[in-house]
Each structure stands twice: as structure tokens, then as C-alpha cells.
Write a protein that binds this ligand. Structure first.
Ligand code: CUA
Length: 166
């Protein structure tokens, strides 16, 4: 009958509309996946600096004479530290209070971690990479800086001191 034909036509139209919506949603999802994939692939990885761990002591930024605190031209401080089984070099780090400080830390061997007690400073220290982070100490005082990543039998004894002075 004419009436059932109308119903069938309506059902077919609705079905087409739903199919179109599903295809649209899937196309949108795929588009988002492709866009984010390309977007992230084209972005340079942020703050990833690499370094050859086997030549740290021989040349470049992390030679022994360059470790510890250094005053930059703008008055800020850069602190360079090497972690190795089972110590940090230098063992004692002295920095001024109320001064912008940039830490640059790397490992000569395995993955270590560092945190400075009483602060929110907490970073992995990985061979091949330079961990960089900025901070400022508001108050003077002494802090312990233990390794917080298990790095071998001497892990428990791996720590340094941070002294914040006026
Ligand atoms: Cu270095 Cu644990």
C-alpha cells in the first residue's frame, strides 16, 4: 500500500542519515588522529638536549672545572651536576637565595634521580640527556639532595648537599 511505502521510504531516509553521521564521525576521528600525529611529529621535542655520556669528563660543558655554580651575565646562576654510581659531582652545591637558578644535570653511567628535600625539585638524571630545570630558593638553609632512582648497590649512599646562602 501507499502508506507502507511511505514508512519504508522514511526508514530508508533515516538509515541513510544515520549512516552519513557515522561516516562523518569516523572521518572526524581519523582526521584528528592524523592531525595530532603530524602535529607532534613536526614539533621539535621540547627541552630535550642530548650529550655523549662517555666523554663528559673529557670535553664540553660538563668537564670538572665547569661543574657546580656559575654566575651568568644577567646575574642568574647555572648549576651543573654529574650523577654517577654512586655520587653527585660536586658533592656540595652552594647557591644564593632569591636568585633565579638553572640546574643542568646529566649522568655518566646509568639512570639516577635527584630531589632536593624541602622543595618541589625532582628530576630524572639520564645518561645521554641533560635535565634542565629552573628554580629559585626563597630562604637560606641546608638541603639534602639524594638520588631517588635505584641505581645499584650503592644507591642508598648517593646524595649531595645543597646550601642556600645570603
Ligand atoms: Cu643514583 Cu640511585
Amino acid at each position: 500500500s501507499a502508506k507502507s511505502n511511505d514508512t519504508a521510504a522514511l526508514a530508508a531516509r533515516l538509515e541513510k542519515r544515520w549512516a552519513f553521521m557515522m561516516v562523518s564521525i569516523m572521518a572526524l576521528l581519523v582526521g584528528v588522529m592524523i592531525f595530532t600525529g603530524l602535529h607532534w611529529a613536526m614539533m621539535p621535542p621540547s627541552r630535550v638536549e642530548t650529550i655523549n655520556p662517555s666523554t663528559l669528563h673529557v670535553s664540553g660543558e660538563f668537564v670538572e672545572s665547569n661543574l657546580g655554580s656559575a654566575v651568568e651575565a644577567d646575574g642568574s646562576i647555572t648549576v651543573r651536576i654529574i650523577g654517577q654510581q654512586y655520587s653527585f659531582t660536586p658533592q656540595c652545591i652552594v647557591v644564593p637565595a632569591k636568585t633565579p637558578i638553572t640546574f643542568r644535570v646529566t649522568s655518566a653511567d646509568v639512570i639516577h634521580g635527584m630531589l632536593i628535600t624541602g622543595t618541589n625539585i625532582n628530576s630524572m638524571v639520564e645518561p645521554g640527556y641533560i635535565s634542565t630545570f629552573k628554580t629559585e630558593f626563597e630562604q637560606t638553609g641546608d638541603h639534602l639532595m639524594p638520588c631517588h632512582e635505584y641505581c645499584g648497590v650503592g644507591h642508598e649512599a648517593m646524595w649531595a648537599n645543597v646550601r642556600v646562602v645570603d
